[in-house]
Design a protein around this ligand. Structure first.
Ligand code: HEC
Length: 376
């Protein structure tokens, strides 16, 4: 044992001696070597060996953000490495490295740090952390950390959606969302996500209640559509999808342009496949009011004449406000004429458009939109 320790020590110290320059391949090789040597040191107490501890901490520094970081923390029971673990968990939220990292954090009772990370302004990292918490599969943590985010509409929407998805992974979490829905405390912008998740849980009673409280959106002939996760797996025909897009019964082209065709009212969709994945495209169609694109919010003006104007704000100056109505026509109003202006909660894009197509046509439409990429 002492001999192995000696060799490992040597090897690791060698690594530590190298100049901590930017990642070179020689550096990476040394780290790999040191990891291998350290891997043999099972059950070593670092507190009894200051030099080895120093060396391990040096290797640890080199492995920040990687699976090896988690391995070292786990193997040597290193304390005080939570922020490094959190970094790994956020980077690997959907795989076992992230799960391991999150489990180590949770075992250390660092709820305060997690809470801070979840409410930080770095929302994309907060979403990843919420995902990792869900995947770590510890109900108590999921309920304590994620459930409170759900009903508070001022929290970031992507984060609240992820909280719903993570909660729906356990019966307790799914039950808690249903309870919010029953008590009318589930915000509208989460109902689609909640419905998609809860209508496919594996607990029959919860699933039954979800079908009643949070029904799936209806397709043609009032048939409920499959949940989002299943829809996104179906294959579509993009050529047929292009026809659906501009068909008179569906009428996407009354509000969207693709490559110069259609009316310029809502966002241009010529490159929408580079911006949104299939999941997000289904959501945009099935639940337009959750996540309204910036600059495309609906406004209503009340005018002195008693008339109303409804549409997007095309321009807004000291004297005038211009409203672009569905159809693309822009009308200017003198500020003095306007008695009230109010932003609407609902998107101008109507909900329920999928009722004018078969499920296959919807899948084709999304396949078509997903194929519209930059430079294609
Ligand atoms: C009455 C006008 C209208 C119709 C009809 C309409 N849309 Fe929209 N659409 C909008 C507006 C306005 C927005 C931006 C506001 C929002 O995000 O809800 C939007 C947003 C979108 C987005 C998200 C764009 C982005 O950049 O994030 C997609 C995708 C989309 N629509 C697809 C469709 C499809 C497909 C159809 C046909 C099934 C359709 N729309 C029909 C007005 C419309």
């Amino acid at each position: 044992m002492t001999r192995i320790l000696g060799i490992a020590c040597c090897c690791v110290l060698l690594l530590g001696a190298s100049v901590p320059a930017a990642d070179t391949s020689a550096d990476a090789e040394k780290t790999a070597l040191a990891m291998e040597a350290l891997g043999r040191l099972q059950g070593v107490d670092l507190e009894q060996n200051a030099r080895l501890k120093e060396a391990v901490l040096r290797v640890l520094e080199k492995t920040r953000g990687t699976p090896n970081f988690v391995k070292l923390v786990q193997q040597f029971k290193l304390k005080g490495q939570e922020s490094g673990l959190l970094e790994v968990a956020a980077k690997n939220s959907a795989n076992e490295t992230g799960v391991e990292a999150m489990r180590l954090i949770l075992a250390g009772k660092y709820g305060g740090m997690l809470q801070a990370a979840l409410t930080s302004t770095n929302t994309s990292s907060a979403v990843k952390i919420a995902e990792a918490i869900g995947n770590a599969g510890e109900k108590e943590a999921v309920m304590r950390l994620l459930l409170p985010l759900v009903p508070e509409a001022q929290n970031n929407l992507a984060l609240r959606k992820q909280a719903v998805r993570s909660l729906a992974q356990s019966a307790e979490g799914a039950g808690a969302i249903l309870k919010l829905a029953r008590e009318d405390k589930l915000p509208d912008d989460l109902k689609f996500t909640a419905s998609s998740e809860l209508n496919r849980v594996r607990w029959p009673e919860l699933k039954q209640e979800a079908a009643k409280l949070l029904p799936l959106p209806q397709g043609q002939n009032a048939q409920p559509l499959p949940p989002l996760a299943e829809l996104a797996k179906l294959n579509g025909n993009p050529v047929n999808g292009a026809k659906v897009f501009s068909s008179a019964t569906v009428g996407c082209n009354n509000c969207h342009q693709i490559k110069g065709q259609g009316i310029d009212f809502g966002p241009n969709l010529s490159e929408i496949g580079s911006k949104l994945g299939k999941d997000a495209l289904f959501e945009a169609i099935l639940d337009p009011s959750a996540g309204i694109s910036f600059g495309f919010e609906a406004w209503q003006l009340e005018l002195k004449s008693g008339d109303e104007a409804y549409g997007l704000i095309a321009s807004d100056t000291a004297e005038e406000i211009a409203i672009k109505a569905v159809g693309g026509i822009v009308t200017r109003y003198k500020k003095a004429e306007v008695t009230k202006r109010e932003q609407m909660k609902l998107s101008i894009m109507p909900a329920g458009l999928q009722q004018n197509m078969t499920t296959q046509e919807l899948v084709d439409l999304v396949e078509y939109l997903a194929s519209l990429k930059k430079g294609s």
